[in-house]
Structures are given as C-alpha cells and as structure tokens.
Design a protein around this ligand. Structure first.
Ligand code: KIV
Length: 281
C-alpha cells in the first residue's frame, strides 16, 4: 500500500505529490512493535510528541525532550520499511531561532534516520521552515490546535471559528509558501479545513478537521483504545484494546492466586520433551 513498486520507503516529495489524490493514511508510533504493525498500512508514521502524554503519563506535551524524541525515533525506525517517518520537534527545541531549529532537527534526523521533522505553528514558524527546507530538512507543518500552545489557547479548544478562520488560512498559506511538504490541520471547523485543502498547494492531513483533507492522522493508542486519559470527539475507536488487556491481566492474576498458572505445559521436566510446533523443551 505505502511502498512504491521498487519497495523503497516513501519520501517527502512522494507525499507532496499525493495532493488531491488517494487520501494519505497516517498514524503515530512510538515503539518498534507498533511501527511494525502500522508500516504496511500507512503512508506516514509520525513519532509524535504526544508520546509524552500517551506513554510517559505527562499532563501535556510541554515536558517532552529532544532525548525522548530521539529514543522513540530510533525505536520506530527499526520497525519501518515503507512508510515515511516524521519526528516531532518538541517544545523549546526550535522556536528560539532558525539556527537552533536547524541544529536540533539535524540531530534528530542523524540520530533517528527520520526523513522529515514536524514543527507546530503557522506564520510564526514560517521563517524557520524556510531556513530548514533550504538546508535539506523536509518539514511537515502543524496548524490549528497546536498542543504545544495549550497554555496560550487556554485549553484544547477548536481553533479558527468565526473571524479567526482567516488567521488559520494565513497560517496554512505561510507554511506552504515556506516550503513544508504537507501540513497537519488539527481541531478546526470542517468548512475551514475544506477551504484550506482547496487553497493550499500541499497535502493537508486532518485530525478533527475534515474528510476532504488530503489525508488523516490519529494517535495510534487512541484509535486502538489503549489510551483513555482523553477521549476527544475526533478520535474514532477502532478497537478497545485496553479492555481486552485488562481482562487478560485479571485472568492471569486469578490464575496465579489459585495456582492454576503455570500448568504442566508451562514448566520443565528433567527430560526434554516435544511440545506443539515440534520443538524440544
Ligand atoms: O504529537 C502528535 O501525535 C501529533 C499528531 C496528533 C498530529 O502531533
């Protein structure tokens, strides 16, 4: 699905060329096993800074560090073959100056093998996006509800309603003109997401945006029902894995307490014996 005929990994230009075509399938991943699961089905795999909340129990993404992104980026890289890997630049690692952004983005790419980075913000980061892209660092933009600005927004609110729509449109234009190869539109009104998708030249990737975007992204733990701290309306749950995991853990706990686990199948005798699959155990 995501790999080309020669089975090479997708590149930022491949993603940019998908504007107006078959929707781009994007998910987050933070670990090797999940990267292996999503790779075959996704065009883009994002090592999102949502990792701070989803895997590390942080209250927001603001405490996520470059070291965390590099560690999780390396893990995801080991699980991917065909999808494009993008790593989020964490809060504080790119806002100070284009030079700071370049230094840290280059480190992320060198350490993780990612083909691109993502930065949050519109007009305010356009100069930085221009600086990075001119120096060989492909950038994905992210506008609308940018979680790193949660304090400035006063919560995880829909952005771009009413008169504020024009500002979000300007952000989208600025990010595209600065050279981003795609832009995430998060939690903005559906009609605005549709309009931006029609007006900008790069693919839009929606999350709480519109089915008419050029692609969609979700946090994989959210859509699998593994992360329950937030249940935003834009997350469709495709499974309830936390419920199955909880039931399995409860069964294990009962079996340990009543000594029905381990059974004879799970322990070893003095002599090797053949178990299912033909292996000597
Ligand atoms: O950090 C993240 O997971 C993201 C996506 C939700 C777009 O930025």
């Amino acid at each position: 699905m995501s790999a080309t005929a020669e089975s090479r990994a997708l590149t930022p230009p491949d993603i940019a060329a998908r504007k107006g075509k078959t929707p781009l399938v994007c998910l987050t991943a933070y670990t090797t096993p999940i990267a292996k699961l999503v790779d075959e089905h996704c065009d883009v795999v994002l090592v999102g800074d949502s990792v701070g909340m989803v895997l590390h129990g942080m209250p927001s993404t603001l405490g996520v560090t470059l070291e965390m992104m590099i560690l999780h980026g390396k893990a995801v890289r080991r699980g991917l073959q065909s999808a494009l890997m993008v790593v989020d630049m964490p809060f504080g690692s790119y806002e100070e100056s284009p030079e700071q952004a370049f230094r840290n983005a280059a480190l992320v790419m060198a350490e993780t093998g990612a083909a691109a980075v993502k930065v949050e913000g519109g007009e305010s980061v356009a100069e930085t996006i221009r600086f990075l892209t001119a120096r060989g660092i492909p950038v994905m933009g992210h506008i609308g509800l940018t979680p790193q600005a949660v304090n400035a927004f006063g919560g995880y609110r829909v952005q771009g309603r009413g008169e504020r729509a024009e500002r979000i449109l300007r952000d989208a234009m600025a990010v595209a003109e600065a050279g981003a190869f795609a832009v995430v539109l998060e939690k903005i009104p559906e009609a605005l997401a549709r309009r931006i998708t029609q007006e900008v030249a790069i693919p839009t990737i929606g999350i709480g945006a519109s089915a008419s975007c050029d692609g969609q992204i979700l946090v994989v733990d959210d859509m699998l029902g593994l992360f329950g701290a937030f249940r935003p309306r834009f997350v469709k749950r495709y499974a309830e894995l936390a419920e199955s995991a909880e039931a399995a853990i409860a069964t294990y706990a009962n079996e340990v307490r009543e000594r029905s686990f381990p059974a004879l199948d799970h322990v070893f005798g003095d002599e090797p014996r053949t178990v299912s699959g033909g292996q000597a155990a």
